[in-house]
Design a protein around this ligand. Sequence first.
Ligand SMILES: Nc1ncnc2c1ncn2[C@@H]1O[C@H](COP(=O)(O)OP(=O)(O)OP(=O)(O)O)[C@@H](O)[C@H]1O
Length: 266
Amino acid sequence: MNALNEPTTRNVAIELNNVTRKFISPKGESTVALRDFSMKIYEGDFCAIVGPTGCGKSTTLGMITGLSPPSSGTVTVFNQAVTKIDPNIGFVFQADAVFPWKSVIENVAIGPIFRGMDKQQAHDKAADWVRRVGLAGFEHHYPHQLSGGMRKRVALAQTFINGPKILLMDEPFSALDVQTRALMQDELLGLWSENKASVVFVTHDIEEAIALADRVVVLTKGPGRIKSSYDIHLPRPRDVSSARYSPEFIELSKQIWSDLKDEVQI
Ligand SMILES: Nc1ncnc2c1ncn2[C@@H]1O[C@H](COP(=O)(O)OP(=O)(O)OP(=O)(O)O)[C@@H](O)[C@H]1O
């Protein structure tokens, strides 16, 4: 282990090295979202990022996707510089990314069809994923006929069907009520335990971060730097609702909140 609790012997899945990302407004004003920022995510790790609003969490994900290149510094995924959108990367964001005019099964089959799979085969595969996320019987429903939690299940199936090696999640469950959120967190952990993607999960919810992750990284206020990093040794498989009552969980929540509160004072 080094000073940031990073394991040193495992393969690195994602590396941001000395990255700076500036945005220039149409009026020519410059915002530095991240400056000289470095971070590693290890293969198969579930890493959660917490930090105050505007510290650069979404910007970090944008650079890993290849959609928003850094102004300077390098971003690599499995040791390859990120130069375009990588089909090995899956995303789940806060807003639903489902197509309203397509049924559940059509939405889930999009990825494989886009990647060249025969339509019938893609639909068969999608039917299996629809069942796996608990939506059997809703294959031919349209998104507006589903609850928010059900639409998130579609989004998870849409993502996991492609077998992503990297999964980027930006507050994916923040619009859900508390109970649905806990169900979706368990659902995500179940799917991830089979897929073992390297995950970067951005959230404002410290408890969500601890319940899900192997490592929680706390960022400072913007432009964000890594303030602290915590290895989470709660046993897996985890049941997110009961994990919250363990003394270790409570202690971690206190420590992370103490780190964060200096950064969010207004
Ligand atoms: N496209 C853009 N143009 C101009 N400024 C931007 C753009 N995207 C982000 N920023 C700025 O960069 C900084 C970091 O934004 P970012 O969205 O990464 O923060 P965040 O930590 O994800 O915030 P939140 O927790 O509120 O979602 C902010 O000051 C934001 O205003």
